[in-house]
Design a protein around this ligand. Structure first.
Ligand code: GCV
Length: 725
């Protein structure tokens, strides 16, 4: 799939030609068929600017594919592309369209006026209407009424998102009249993906850190890729699910990657040019040590005037080349990355220095809160990694510059399949916060296992820090200040994500960032309808049966009851129950012959439960009320402790592991269905089948290792006498 770089109609009225899709790259949620409903109709685009050009280009491509016609008016330009009458397939006609907004015969094509005031005979009108009508930035209205469906963008970005909404609706966009214009707009202003892509192949982390889908679509072996067609296609896919910001390099900024800020800025300019037509701003991860490693200064002390001046000048140079540059992303004083602590300064000192450099240009600094002691003594039970970010950042609430967004991982540890929500998110009311999710499946099966993560993210976004009655304390509300961020899961794999069903995670993430209250099951429907247009209700039902609860299946056969980190330390795939137990990383389960879990209570433990406001502090503190799924995160209990579900901890571990392994087998059996194969195509079907075989194998390994471990520790057999080793 290769998207054209959208361009304004030229003086001959032509929009950019569509390029044929290379057959070997899967089109994800934008296959040609997804554009059938629009592309087979008469479409009128009205408005001006780059993003309206993009919409025009998309419409032209759709009409070229499906035989419809289009007209573009606005800003003194009129162009049309009536393919049905034998005109050129690239959406441009040779029928005498002039650059002055009128056709040669003095009337605009298709009955529309040059100012777009009438809809003429169009079936779909896409126009920029400007503010008003209840929309906000990037918003739009969609109205199925009269003879035409009308999408009106608040601004060109709104038109782009409205267009993709109409694509997603397909024929429904042209169905029965609705009650009136529906107003749509993003709940969160910044909807971002971070790439942990390295420019140079890292000796242990490779081209993409925690990447499970091949190489990077941006970088290859130390250089910007020559063929950036995939990056352009990616921009298009992202716009179609609502993403508007991308950071293009790993937060662990190594030597080569550091250079992107200065001598290799051209590469960033090139990527920004690819993203811009799809309404996506480009961000860059930078090293805090840049003044030293790039600028030759003796220090990176944020209070040193020469350092501040270096950042100011360097940032000016970036904006001179990329006027809409999004800003910097910084992992500082974290897992060995340099930061202000090295100079005796605070996070505020460091982040504000960068904010002062980007703010005059409209940029932001994403300052990550993933800060903890990764050289902990495992013998020391008082130090708790779960407390680290909370303790490091809450004293600074209200102190950060307005252009700083503190970026907080959703859980207090590190993207485990189950963690409580990070209490830091609820404890910084005077700071702009972004919540960070992980679409790449580092700890959730590495895109070898089916694991639809939207239900987990939805649960996080709906979590209310001050209880059910306080809607304003929901994570999805709090994050309005800074937006939602996630680590991307794509690579140069021809299915984009290694496991083709992992595409759904990327799509759903974008949609949840647009609307944190969206229903994960409805998002799966939307994704499936776009991605597999040939899938009837029976096949969609199979996808639901496989994916809706796949996160819970994964949880069942891996680490139990929220304890986390029983994963192989070398690659974070597969079981190693004690893999981290005697390590410096601060992730322990403390299993012994009597029990398991971490005491994080205020009364007798590390006090983590007390970092939550009421009611959660009390809910988590008490064994009687702590939810089963996070019990071992908060409490160290005997194996015989009875869960709220009535089972003992040990029997629950046995049961869930056997169940999980069996459910993995059921997934594989469901996929083996001729109707599914027909709907998704043999190629994709084969790839998923291959991954499912590995999932079944891996789930069995997890089940047997975890069960055997606890049986050997406790000496207590399974109540049902199933095989344990
Ligand atoms: C980019 C985890 C991952 C690291 C990652 C880090 C982070 O520890 O395993 O690969 O580094 O999180 O979020 O910075």
């Amino acid at each position: 799939m290769t998207a054209p770089t959208p361009a304004a109609p030229t003086s001959s009225g032509a929009a950019d030609a569509d390029k044929p899709l290379p057959v070997d790259v899967h089109p994800a949620w934008l296959p040609p068929d997804a554009f059938r409903a629009i592309g087979s109709r008469r479409v009128h685009v009205h408005g001006s600017g780059l993003l309206v050009d993009t919409v025009t280009s998309e419409v032209a491509r759709a009409c070229a594919l499906h035989g419809g016609s289009w007209v573009r008016t606005g800003d003194g330009v009129t162009a049309d592309g009536v393919t049905a009458d034998g005109a050129t397939a690239d959406g441009a006609t040779a029928d005498g369209v002039t650059a002055d907004g009128a056709t040669a015969d003095g009337a605009t094509a298709d009955g529309a006026t040059a100012d777009g005031a009438t809809t003429g005979s169009a079936d779909l009108v896409l126009r920029v209407a400007g503010p008003g009508r209840g929309t906000g930035p990037e918003g739009y209205t969609l109205h199925r009424g009269g003879t035409a469906t009308v999408v009106e963008g608040h601004d060109p970005a709104g038109l782009l998102y409205g267009f993709f909404h109409a694509v997603q609706l397909g024929e429904q966009a042209f169905g029965a009249h609705d009650a009136g214009p529906q107003v749509h707009g993003p709940a969160l202003a910044r909807r971002m993906l971070d790439h942990w892509d390295n420019v140079a192949v890292h000796p242990s982390m490779g081209q993409v850190e925690r990447g499970y889908a091949g190489g990077s679509i941006f970088w290859r072996a130390g250089r910007l890729r020559e063929d950036l067609g995939r990056a352009a296609d990616y921009a298009r896919l992202l716009a179609a699910c609502g993403i508007n910001a991308v950071s293009v390099n790993n937060v662990n900024v190594h030597r080569t990657e550091a250079l992107l800020l200065t001598e290799r800025l051209d590469d960033v300019v090139t990527l920004a040019d690819l993203f811009r037509p799809y309404g996506i701003r480009t961000h860059l991860a930078v090293t805090f040590a840049a003044p030293v490693v790039l600028g030759g200064l003796p220090t990176a002390d944020p209070l040193d005037p020469a350092v501040r001046d270096w950042w100011r000048r360097t940032t000016e140079a970036v904006y001179a080349r990329i006027p809409d540059f999004g800003g910097y992303l910084v992992k500082a004083d974290s897992e060995g990355q340099p930061g202000p602590h090295g100079y005796g300064r605070t996070h505020v000192d460091g982040a504000d220095m960068l904010a002062e450099a980007v703010a005059p240009h409209g940029g932001v600094v994403h300052w990550r809160a993933f800060v903890y002691n990764h050289r902990q003594d495992w013998r020391d039970r008082r130090t708790d990694r779960a407390n680290a970010a909370y303790d490091a950042f809450t004293p600074h609430d209200g102190a950060f510059h307005d252009a700083v967004v503190v970026q907080v991982k959703h859980g207090p540890i590190d993207f485990q399949p189950r963690e409580p929500v990070s209490p830091l998110i609820g404890a910084m009311p005077r700071t702009r916060l972004a919540v960070e999710l992980q679409v790449t499946q580092e700890y959730t099966g590495q895109q070898r296992h089916v694991c639809y993560l939207a239900p987990m993210w939805s649960q996080i976004l709906r979590f209310r820090f001050r209880g059910d009655a306080d809607e304003g304390s929901a994570v999805g509300r709090i994050t309005r200040g800074g937006g939602l961020v996630a680590v991307s899961n794509v690579g140069d794999d021809r299915f984009w994500t290694g496991h083709p069903l992992a595409q759904a995670n990327l799509y759903a993430y974008g949609r949840l960032a647009w609307d944190p209250d969206a229903d994960p099951s409805a998002l799966l429907d939307a994704w499936a309808a776009l991605t597999f247009p040939a899938a009837g209700p029976d096949v969609v039902a199979v996808l639901h049966a496989m994916m809706d609860r796949s996160w819970l299946t994964y949880e069942k056969y891996t680490a139990p009851l929220g304890i986390g980190f029983m994963v192989d330390p070398s690659g974070h795939y597969g079981p190693a129950v004690d893999g981290y137990e005697y390590s410096p990383w601060g992730t322990y389960h403390f299993a012994d012959r009597d029990g398991v879990g971490v005491d994080r209570t205020l009364a007798t433990g590390t006090g983590f439960a007390g970092r939550f406001p009421q009611p959660w502090s009390q809910v988590y503190e008490s064994l009687d009320t702590c939810p089963d799924e996070v019990l071992l995160f908060f409490h160290h209990v005997p194996y015989g402790h009875r869960l709220q579900n009535g089972s003992t901890v040990l029997q629950h571990i046995y049961d869930t592991h056997f169940d999980g392994a069996r459910e993995a087998e059921e997934l594989a059996a469901r996929w083996d269905d001729a109707r599914v194969q027909a709907a998704v195509g043999p190629d994709l079907h084969a790839r998923v089948r291959e991954r499912l075989a590995e999932q079944v194998h891996s789930a069995r390994e997890w089940c047997d290792q975890v069960n055997s471990y606890f049986y050997r520790k406790s000496g207590v057999p399974d109540a049902h006498g199933r095989p344990i080793y």
